[in-house]
Design a protein around this ligand. Structure first.
Ligand SMILES: [Zn+2]
Length: 131
């Protein structure tokens, strides 16, 4: 069974993909949108200030079990995205999804099948999935 929204999105991307039909264009645009997403996240810290980052090396206790690691580590983020930064980052992630889907189209891959495969993998491996 396929997911209708996911398949419809993939079909729409296929219809709109006129200008960037070359694999070279799609690969470079995908990389660019990933970089723009990262940049927008950094700007939430350095430009807006709604987020801050507080990070330092953690000393991991030697007797800590692998299942306790999840509770031990943190994101290093402080604060919350403001509405403006949230909108910008969501837009960039949307563009990333567009070009990721375009890559799937050019390689004749179904995005939803990939979601399912990855979901099955991470639910099977659980905490042992360190990719
Ligand atoms: Zn902000």
């Amino acid at each position: 069974m396929r997911d209708l929204i996911c398949d419809e999105f993939q079909n729409t991307v296929s219809e709109l993909l006129i200008r960037h039909h070359s694999i070279l264009d799609v690969l470079s645009k995908l990389q660019e949108t990933c970089a723009r997403t990262n940049r927008a996240t950094v700007k939430a810290v350095t430009g807006c200030g709604c987020l801050s980052i507080e990070a330092k090396k953690k000393q991991i206790p030697p007797d800590l079990s692998i299942t306790d690691l999840k509770d031990y580590f943190e994101s290093h983020l402080r604060g919350e995205l403001c509405d403006n930064c949230r909108e910008i980052i969501e837009t960039e992630i949307g563009k990333t999804l567009f070009y990721l889907t375009a890559l799937c189209n050019l390689l004749d891959l179904n995005l939803y099948d990939i979601f399912l495969k990855e979901h099955k993998k991470i639910t099977t491996l659980r905490v042992f999935n360190f990719t």
